[in-house]
Design a protein around this ligand. Sequence first.
Ligand code: ZN
Length: 250
Amino acid sequence: MQKTRYLNFEGITISSNDYGEFDKIYNILSESEGVIPCILKRIKKNNNKNYDSIDIFQKMEFKASVRENFWTIYEAKNKHSWFDRPINLAKLSSSNIIAELCIKFNSINENNTYIYHLVNICLSLISKNNILFSLIYFQIKILISEGIFPEINNCLSCKTKLTPDDYYLIFEIGGLSCSKCLTDNTKIKLLESEIRLIKYISKIELSYNESAQKTIENVNINLYKKISQYIKYHTTQEIKSEKIFFTSLN
Ligand SMILES: [Zn+2]
């Protein structure tokens, strides 16, 4: 039997579920381990001084005991909170989309540090109301880090440089095609403005305090939906929080 380890770590709460009468299970995103399901015992009892008030999308310092990959949190202190409570629906549902994608892509451990910093930046953007930009930024960066970002300069079939108004994203081959090389494969037409934004985001690396103001005017929900379809094709899973997010925009 494995020995119990005691660990201190910083993490972000990204989803929670009730467990029994007094306990909760949180998915906590950490820098070194990615998404960790942790149990917080007796969290719903009053007067538990080991826990600061804990809610979703908070950055906290945790103390945990770990035994055979079973993580129990026994102390949690708040470090940063991005949102006023209760969280505005558009901000909450867009943050939930990011949380869902983190859980779906939580397989390649070498990317954990990168994903952790990415989520910090995206929650900061959402808190400043740059919601759609944050989602598209996250989509593109996670595609790059998972190695499924499409080649976007040339037609994958004939290798010629793509021209404005002639971009088709082909899901099966993970790249773009010109109209002459189109086949019956699943495809989406991308607009020139969308391609420009995708290229721009793929090159920049934001820090926590940047707001990316200059790109906001190009951002629209259609580009988010197009990239989301591409991600769904590769993960073969629906993103449950999308429905609430789309509703919150109306
Ligand atoms: Zn072609």
